[in-house]
Design a protein. Structure first.
Length: 155
């Protein structure tokens, strides 16, 4: 299955929707200080970046629709399928981290990812899982940053 994608138009639409969504979500995510110290608000830099992204998105849409400046890419499902499946595996990893914790998600998804990429050496699987578990304990006990642990074990 092949189809053409207008890059300026779709980039403008996707990034415009993203910037509007983030501008709407920002007041609930970035709190203002309890008292006015005279310093700039913590929302100012993200707000400027998101507003700039919105302006650039509008410019891309105008370029595409009004001036006809467009680059079309051909999307071939057969060529893009491996990359899309890798992205879906990484999304599954994020969901598993939330539901099961960092260590179980790492033990489940990384071996699947390695197998999908064609790796067949058992030592690589062991090293990858050990590295994931090591990263968990590094963040927990050295950096004092809590990653989602194993539910029910107080991880």
């Amino acid at each position: 299955m092949k189809f053409k994608i207008k890059t300026n138009l779709w980039s403008g639409i996707v990034m415009g929707v993203f910037s509007v969504a983030m501008l709407v979500a920002m007041p609930g995510q970035v709190r203002l200080p309890m008292f006015d110290s005279g310093a700039p608000s913590p929302r100012i830099i993200p707000g400027i970046c998101l507003a700039g992204m919105l302006v650039c998105s509008a410019a891309l849409i105008i370029q595409s629709l009004v001036f006809g400046k467009e680059k079309e890419l051909e999307f071939d499902w057969k060529k893009e399928k491996p990359c899309i499946l890798l992205i879906l595996l990484l999304c599954a990893y994020v969901a598993l981290i939330i539901w099961t914790g960092f260590i179980p998600a790492t033990v489940i998804v990384f071996p699947v990812l390695l197998y999908y990429c064609g790796e067949r050496k058992p030592a690589i699987y062991l090293f990858t899982v050990a590295a994931g578990i090591g990263i968990f304990f590094l963040f927990k006990y050295v950096f004092h940053v809590s990653l989602p642990g194993i539910p029910g074990l107080g991880g």
